[in-house]
Design a protein around this ligand. Structure first.
Ligand code: 5AD
Ligand code: SF4
Length: 493
């Protein structure tokens, strides 16, 4: 056996859940190559950024990181610097001309090749590149069948003793909607649904390894449809039903839904199966028909509101989350007022609000970016304040109730803030509400991850519910593999 120290890899991820899933899968590949995952960037042998291209701001963060690495590469020419994901695909060789110290460039549809690209760059000391053709991907798709992504998805492996409590599973890659502002169809290619058998097999393996919550990922997940082995089309509604049959799968979610052509059978299946969380992330983007039309969204504000009403009728208590873009070209005060009105009408659980960012290669990039940045910022703040007021009200109604919470582990403040409470735990309800509470005496906060707790809500902020633990699942819970120091914890009233 070689005495050479194990090589290390540092990977920083930007962007959406799809990118976090991709990163998890490539990390699995690295582990199999014998690499160690490093937390210190500048001393790692391989430094990678998994990038996002949806807004300019995300790209700027990466270009500033790449600027910082110039010196690292000058000091240690053997270091491999790689840019992977959507910005790599969008900017392509342009990125190399600005940052010639990049050794590896790999688009999101080629990530199964990443270990080979890194090995090639190390062996040849030349740059290794795997891209599909940038934003012109509308004409060219290097992986139209989605085989490369399938290989990546199926490469998921667990280290011994690893217990994935929550996992993302891709059901679909790419997007065919071509909303006017969006770079995703260009960088992630055509929409392609994975085979249902493969998805079910992935989910089964996860559940058998101890996973209790699975989130299915697709850019327009409700348009999922793929033939099964018998040649019968399986829709998202059918797929959800099949997955609910997996023993010990506690919670199943799916994101992100597209409002146009939403099949009500999905709502019926949600209502019928307690394992499917009553939660929809369903971006409206605007409340104004003029804007929706300019954005090339394939529905009107009235269609969207009708669908939200149906969702509330069919799935009682359903929690709705939305995305909005403010300051899209030509957005007037009255267009924006329609968006505010929509937020008030829908009463979302939460909203993500984005200032429009022109993206080269998209249809909207041809339009003048005519809403000044300070107006975009003001509209962004107004919308967030509207939503915060709604969230405060709905959260206040929960004070005094006992909610069932799947514990995720120590809270952000317990981990990151020196002044934070190191024993604070965080988890989520089926409605995706974040609940924090103190770990009971005698238990280790990190060992409670994955357990269902009953938490009595004491206070609320717009973003978080703060409670006290009432009961928690005992150590003999299904799939328990992590030893707990105690057998069961009961009521602390
Ligand atoms: N500018 C601002 N926001 C954008 N989004 C997508 N493209 C842009 C853009 N060019 C937002 C949409 C989408 C979310 C993931 O990002 O709201 O739902
Ligand atoms: Fe982008 Fe529209 Fe596709 Fe969503 S549906 S990924 S916003 S093009």
């Amino acid at each position: 056996m070689s005495d050479a120290p194990q090589k290390t890899v540092f990977l920083e991820t930007f962007g959406c859940q799809m990118n976090f899933l991709d990163s998890e899968l490539v990390i699995g590949q690295f582990r199999r190559m014998g690499l160690r995952i490093a937390s210190d960037r500048d001393s790692a042998d391989i430094i990678l950024f998994n990038t996002c291209a949806v807004r300019d701001h995300a790209e700027q963060k990466v270009t500033s990181r790449l600027g910082e690495l110039r010196q690292v590469k000058a000091d240690r020419p053997g270091v491999i610097i790689g840019v992977i994901g959507c910005q790599a695909e969008r900017e392509g060789k342009l990125l190399i001309s600005r940052f010639p110290h990049i050794d590896v460039l790999c688009g999101p549809s080629q990530l199964d090749r990443l270990p080979d690209l890194i090995a090639e760059a190390q062996a040849t000391r030349k740059r290794a590149v795997a891209l599909s053709g940038g934003v012109k991907g509308r004409q060219r798709d290097a992986d139209p069948e989605g085989n490369a992504i399938e290989r990546l998805d199926q490469s998921r492996a667990f280290a011994p003793g690893e217990n994935p409590l929550q996992a993302y599973v891709r059901v679909q890659r790419g997007c065919d909607k071509f909303c006017a502002y969006c770079v995703v169809p260009g960088v992630r290619g055509k929409e392609k649904s994975r085979k249902p058998e493969n998805i079910v097999a992935d989910c089964r393996r996860l559940v058998e390894a101890g996973c209790r919550e699975i989130t299915l990922l697709g850019q327009t997940v409700n348009s999922y449809v793929q033939n099964d082995a018998a040649g019968q089309p399986v829709t998202l509604a059918r797929l959800l039903e099949q997955l609910c049959g997996l023993p010990n799968l506690l919670r199943l979610r799916f994101v992100t839904s597209y409002p146009g052509g939403f099949d009500e059978n999905i709502l019926r299946v949600m209502a019928a199966h307690p394992a499917i969380c009553p939660y929809l992330h369903i971006p409206a983007q605007s409340g104004s028909d003029r804007m929706l039309n300019a954005m090339r969204r394939q529905y009107t504000a009235a269609d969207y509101l009708r669908l939200m009403d149906r969702a509330r009728e069919i799935v009682p208590g359903i929690s709705l989350a939305g995305d909005f873009i403010v300051g899209f070209p030509g957005e007037t005060e009255s267009d924006f007022a329609a968006t505010v009105e929509m937020v008030r009408r829908v009463r979302y659980k939460n909203c993500f609000v984005f200032k429009y960012s022109p993206r080269p290669g998209t249809a909207a990039a041809q339009l003048p970016d005519d809403v000044p940045d300070d107006v975009k910022r003001e509209r962004n703040n107004i919308l967030l304040a509207e939503q915060a007021a709604i969230s405060s009200q709905t959260h206040a109604e929960l004070v005094g109730q006992r909610l069932s919470v799947l514990v995720e582990g120590p809270s952000k403040s317990a981990i990151e803030s020196p002044a934070g409470n190191p024993r604070q735990l965080t988890g989520r309800t089926v409605f995706d509400q974040i609940v924090v509470f103190d770990c009971p005496a005698g238990a280790e906060p990190s060992q409670l991850a994955g357990r269902l707790a009953e938490v009595r809500i004491l206070h609320a902020t717009p973003y978080t519910l703060i409670g006290e633990l009432a009961t928690i699942e005992s150590a003999g819970a299904p799939n328990d593999s992590a030893p707990l120091r105690y057998k069961s914890l009961t009521v602390i009233q």
